[in-house]
Design a protein around this ligand. Structure first.
Ligand code: FAD
Length: 327
């Protein structure tokens, strides 16, 4: 990337006075790695988010919008532009709909919905980060996915400089997929449609149970970005020919037409492998950990090594779930 000129930086700082220079992205991401963002804006309102983007566009400064930073791997060289963090955290509940601004913390949205006597979003209690990030990647776990709860998503189309609202069916949701990954949209807010709960105490119990299961199965004590890879989805079992020659594939995975990436990594013998301070968890094969002072390059090298091993052993090409920034 071309270095930002001092003139552009000064002009941006004048237009967006809350912007700071040289912000460590290691401090802002759950991986705890990454260099400096040349410019950084924390936007507490939707208007501030739009203004931060508009100014970047006017001045021809590259920008990247993020939320909790829990699904990002930022380059050791940082980001030569402005990183804009959505911190518009409003949550309002009306009857059985929840309106959440994009910077609302996903776990808070889940807890608020249960406190207000609603059910259907308990699964999200342990998903780190913001609801904007969750919509972007159609986050999911424990049988739930954003696409099951979303009624509408409001965006700012920064190419056309207009706000738009999309119904669930227009969002292009798939497994860890949405159209927001492919369009010039800033997610501003979303509306979730949930059901009234006959027994709100049950919702709280379910959330406690989910948090217990997460602690048991995931290495939450170390820094990570959650699952590094998507599970491998297939239409035709011929895609598993090489895999089936060496390993017995569980019936449940065949039935769901989805092979767990963590299971593949485990069977490829890669759990516990490391490059510097980057390590594949020994508890969950799809969690790549920063065990101390890992660099983004080390994590990237480990991701590539695991990807190659799984491809060479099983003929399966894993796709990253984690988003790369500044590479
Ligand atoms: C310990 C741990 C456990 C996890 N468990 C799960 C899990 O169970 N299920 C799951 O699906 N994920 C899981 N994740 C991954 C991650 O938490 C989710 O993907 C989460 O929804 C990302 O939200 P975020 O705000 O942190 O997004 P960020 O990491 O900040 O951003 C992710 C992507 O979303 C885009 N984005 C964010 N906000 C906006 C916005 N307002 N407008 C446009 N684009 C935006 C960014 O540009 C980026 O490409 C886990 C992560 C960790 C660290």
């Amino acid at each position: 990337m071309m270095p930002l000129t001092e003139e552009k930086i000064a002009a941006y700082l004048e237009r967006v006075p809350v912007c700071v220079r040289n912000e460590s992205m290691a401090k802002r991401t759950s991986f705890r790695v990454g260099g400096l963002a040349k410019l950084h804006v924390t936007a507490p309102t939707s208007e501030a988010l739009v203004a931060a983007i508009s100014s970047a566009l006017d001045l021809d400064i590259p920008f990247y919008v993020y939320g909790g930073g829990s699904n990002l791997l930022v380059s050791d060289d940082g980001y030569e532009g402005v990183m804009i963090q959505a911190a518009n955290r409003g949550i309002t509940v009306e009857e059985n709909t929840v309106h959440a601004e994009s910077g609302a913390i996903t776990g808070m949205v889940a807890r608020t919905s249960v406190d207000k006597g609603l059910t259907g979003f308990e699964w999200a209690v342990g998903v780190p980060g913001t609801i904007g990030g969750a919509v972007y990647g159609n986050a999911g776990c424990y049988g739930g996915e954003m696409k099951d709860a979303i009624e509408t998503v409001e965006v700012y189309d920064y190419n056309l400089n207009i706000r738009k609202s999309f119904s669930n069916g227009e969002c292009g949701f798939g497994y860890r997929e949405s159209m927001f990954k492919h369009r010039p949209f800033l997610i501003l807010s979303c509306v979730l449609r949930l059901a009234e709960s006959a027994d709100p105490a049950k919702g709280k119990e379910r959330m406690d149970e989910i948090m217990r299961m997460r602690k048991e199965k995931q290495p939450l004590e170390s820094s990570s970005a959650g699952c590094a890879f998507k599970n491998f989805e297939f239409d035709d079992e011929s895609a598993l020919d090489i895999l089936k020659r060496s390993v017995e594939v569980p019936e449940s995975m065949l039935k769901n037409k989805s092979i767990s990436a963590g299971w593949l990594i485990d069977h490829a013998g890669m759990m516990g492998q490391s490059v510097g301070d980057a390590q594949v968890s020994t508890k969950h094969g799809n969690f790549f950990l920063n065990t101390g002072k890992a660099t983004a390059s080390e994590i990237l090298a480990l991701i590539s090594r695991v990807k190659m091993k799984v491809r060479d052993e099983f003929g399966i090409e894993l796709q990253e779930e984690v988003q790369y920034v500044g590479f």
